[in-house]
Design a binder for this molecule. Structure first.
Ligand SMILES: [Zn+2]
Length: 203
């Protein structure tokens, strides 16, 4: 899971020096896998607001921005201390989360569309998906949340420069911007089998 993908819409990032975005001094080799585990991020109010990689969660805890609410059972060995890897963290200071906070990016579009081709509904690895302009660029379509969808290569070729009704290919779900509502939906999907997350995701 990318660290860049799960930022705080600029809210925290803009307040932190660049050095805080990298896990300086954290020994990564020993628990490489554990550092990539997803961690649920709660606002100070316990409201779930994000998912980030464990590595970033640890940085936030070490810097005193967040505290660990749940641990995932792994230890991280950094310098002379062993630290428990969090599963859920909570920000110490309440952050107002702007509604349309996600950057438009290939990764975020694939995340929104859950790595599923929006035309044939096949779920694929990220590398096997491309982005399709629902209204092709050659027909005036823009690169926006509402006009970009995850698409497999065969569907992308088949649709070509046609409009959806010309190709008789319509996205299975109307593409929307990736707002907090979408994020919550994805957080629930990710955490539905994890008891440590579930108590925060389902009230
Ligand atoms: Zn397809």
């Amino acid at each position: 899971m990318s660290l860049r993908l799960h930022n705080y819409g600029g809210g925290i990032r803009s307040h932190l020096p660049a050095s805080m975005l990298a896990p300086a001094g954290v020994h990564q080799e020993s628990d490489g896998h554990a550092l990539h585990q997803p961690v649920l991020v709660l606002n100070a109010s316990y409201e779930p607001i994000n998912v980030c990689a464990a590595r970033r969660a640890i940085v936030l805890v070490l810097k005193g921005v967040a505290m660990t609410e749940e641990e995932n059972g792994h230890f991280l060995h950094a310098a002379r201390v062993a630290m428990r890897v969090p599963s859920v963290i909570r920000l110490l200071e309440y952050r107002r989360i702007p509604h349309q906070s996600r950057a438009l990016s290939r990764k975020n579009i694939l995340l929104r569309d859950r790595n599923t081709c929006q035309y044939c509904s096949t779920a694929l690895a990220s590398g096997e998906l491309t982005l399709d302009h629902v209204i092709p660029r050659s027909r005036g379509g823009l690169s926006t949340w509402e006009n970009l969808v995850a698409c497999c290569h065969p569907c992308n070729r088949r649709k070509g420069n046609q409009l959806p009704h010309e190709a008789n290919m319509k996205p299975s779900r109307e593409p929307r911007s990736f707002n907090l509502h979408t994020s919550r939906h994805i957080m629930r999907l990710m955490g539905h089998s994890d008891d440590k997350w579930r108590k925060y995701l389902f009230y």
